[in-house]
Write a protein that binds this ligand. Sequence first.
Ligand code: HEC
Length: 92
Amino acid sequence: MKFLSNKQSNVLMLILAFIGLNAILLNSCTASEKITSKSGAQLWGENCQRCHNTPSPATFSPEKWETVGMHMQSRALLTETEKEKIVEFLKQ
Ligand code: HEC
């Protein structure tokens, strides 16, 4: 790296170290992503019977499930993705 001064190559090393660190951090994120990769059926079973019996998919029409989903998302403190997965499952 003759085209770089000593100072410049120090900066370059810092940047490379930073990128490397990010790669490690991002990798640890994919491990916890496995938790969020649960299916709608799984999330439904785990979240929707905490307060009442799990409603079966046949209980409501697909349109009603959208409404119930929004309502119960706030009750069950679900993320948007979790809610969508559960509603997708219940609409089947
Ligand atoms: C924190 C407690 C809690 C959780 C978790 C919860 N619910 Fe509820 N749910 C309630 C309460 C309280 C009611 C009573 C009506 C209301 O609040 O509107 C209710 C009512 C309902 C009803 C209406 C029942 C009826 O016969 O009219 C449905 C359907 C329902 N919940 C589905 C779900 C689904 C699906 C989930 C999972 C995403 C869920 N609930 C998670 C508390 C909860």
